[in-house]
Write a protein of this length. Structure first.
Length: 522
């Protein structure tokens, strides 16, 4: 319904009453048709309203009010393209009609033409400054276009004017503040909405987003789900097919993989959240030299997060991983007595993470991981410790994020002749240039100092350098495409009486991994 329908209907009713009192000759047929059309439109009789406004335009082609009403009838009937055409003509001929400009903007929003809609709303807001709806739609348009800083003022203005838009404006204001890195202010907006009670959409989504803030991962989303399913399929090429990315093999092959899983958020309070997920993965290789590495992987994750008032977070997590091989004996150096399909290894990882909010778009993360890996055929059990300090920074209104990390590691290998300790460093850059498209690039360095390694008199040092790029594109609401490339260079050095580079060292290698995938989620 147009913004001036109530007034127009009242005037039309008075005009219709005067016509009936004075007789048919007292009014021109076009005026009578217009008045009857306004009454029909206000009562929801859209077909009759369209017929009457069309009759007015047949007699008075320059009647912009009739054309504006005809555009609003088309919009009410879901004929968005026709509404844009009709309302656009009115705005061109009568640019001072700010109310019609607002209706045109809403039609453009429905058509997904956000930049044009934002332009029309910006012009209408100067003349309709006291109308909350103009500022609300202007703010949401800018939010969806990624112009977060510019969205703040109109959303706050809509919240102040209310007009039935205060709650919705507050919800979108929380989303904008979160993406700008103002987690504490975003939480305050969501908490105010959640505390209103009731089950309207703003209160319900505010509660879900409070839980998402407490969870500490990902973007706050209006479509945050409490549970869901996903499935992936893809192709990949690996120049060093192995279960240990830091160990050389003689196999290179292309292959395919399938994966599926389920995730859920059974606890989603304002400060506490529990996230659960489970997945299954299966790989296939097209080359006989890599067939022994065909892998079936089953995993499960549980993560609990508590959010504090200042925006700081504490997380505890557990990851279970089970690997099965088509030929588990192929990796046994001594030769396995049972080379058939079966268990290769299972691992258990514990995680403790503390996240500290620092100002508008920065966070510091302290993270510790402990992993216990038990191998069935290869005669070793590994117990690893890893501690990392990570700095997270946001730029360009949250559309670009940079993560820098540094840390140390120690691994105790039982029933083997070596342990290791080392250092690690890395960076990751993530960006979202347009809605639905995410890009990432990462690089890292990891030094492993091996000791008690009897094959070498003085030990061994490995320097692993890695780099990768990738993208994820949500082509439809439930379908995403992915592509990635990973490069690994492991330089292994033997130490005896002095450092000596070993040219034929089996632990020195280059590795290239290319992956293409499609994922469905619901």
């Amino acid at each position: 319904m147009p913004r001036w329908t109530a007034v127009g209907a009242l005037r039309a009713g008075l005009l219709l009453a005067l016509v009936c009192w004075a007789g048919p000759a007292a009014a021109a047929p076009a005026e009578l048709e217009f008045a009857k059309g306004v009454v029909a439109y206000s009562q929801g009789r859209l077909e009759e309203a369209e017929a009457r406004f069309s009759a007015v335009l047949a007699q008075q082609p320059d009647n912009v009010q009739a054309q504006a009403y005809l555009g609003q009838v088309a919009l009410a009937r879901g004929e968005v393209a026709r509404a844009i055409e009709l309302l656009g003509r009115v705005v061109e001929r009568a640019p001072d009609q700010a109310g019609v400009r607002l209706d045109l903007a809403l039609a453009l929003v429905k058509a997904g033409r956000l930049e044009e809609a934002e332009s029309q709303l910006a012009r209408a807001s100067t003349e309709l400054d006291e109308r909350a709806s103009v500022h609300f739609y202007l703010g949401t348009c800018r939010y969806r276009l990624g112009r977060l800083q510019e969205a703040l003022a109109p959303l706050r203005r809509a919240q102040q004017l209310d007009g039935g838009f205060a709650a919705a404006a507050g919800y979108y204001l929380g989303l904008v503040l979160y993406r700008l890195g103002e987690a504490a202010q975003a939480e305050a907006e969501f908490r105010a909405l959640a505390g209103r009670g009731g089950e309207d959409w703003t209160a319900e989504l505010a509660r879900a987003n409070l839980a998402s803030l407490g969870r500490g991962g990902g973007d706050v989303s209006p479509a945050r789900k409490r549970w869901g399913l996903f499935a992936s399929a893809g192709f990949q090429y690996d120049s060093n097919v192995t279960l240990n990315r830091e160990q050389a093999s003689e196999a290179d092959a292309a292959g395919a993989f399938l994966a599926a899983g389920v995730f859920g958020l059974p606890v989603a309070g304002e400060h506490d959240a529990l996230e659960l997920s489970a997945s299954a993965y299966r790989s296939f290789y097209f080359e006989d030299t890599a067939a022994d590495f065909a892998l079936t992987d089953l995993s499960a994750v549980a993560r609990y997060t508590h959010a504090f008032e200042a925006g700081h977070q504490l997380s505890l997590g557990y990851l279970f991983d089970l690997d099965l091989l088509d030929d588990r004996g192929a990796l046994d150096p001594a030769g396995a007595s049972d080379p058939g399909f079966g268990l290769f290894m299972h691992s258990h990882t514990g995680l403790v993470s503390a996240r500290f909010a620092e100002g508008r778009a920065a966070r510091t993360v302290l993270e510790y991981r402990f992993q216990a890996a038990f191998f069935f055929e290869t005669g070793r059990d590994d117990f690893g410790h890893e501690a990392v300090l990570r700095q997270e920074l946001g730029f360009l209104d949250g559309r670009l994020r940079l993560e820098l990390e540094a840390g140390g590691l120690y691994e105790d290998a039982r029933d083997r002749d070596w342990d290791l300790w080392g250092l690690l460093a890395g960076l990751e850059l993530r960006g979202q240039p347009v809605e639905g498209l995410s890009l990432w690039a990462r690089g890292g360095w990891r030094r492993e100092n091996h000791h008690r390694f009897v094959a070498y008199t003085g030990g061994r040092v490995d320097d692993l350098v890695s780099a990768g790029v990738g993208l994820s594109w949500e082509v439809w609401d439930h379908i995403s495409l992915g592509a990635s490339y990973l490069f690994l260079d492991n330089l292994s050095t033997e130490f005896s009486q002095g450092p000596v580079q070993v040219a034929d060292d089996p632990y020195s290698f280059l590795r290239h991994v290319v992956c293409l995938s499609v994922t469905g989620h619901m």
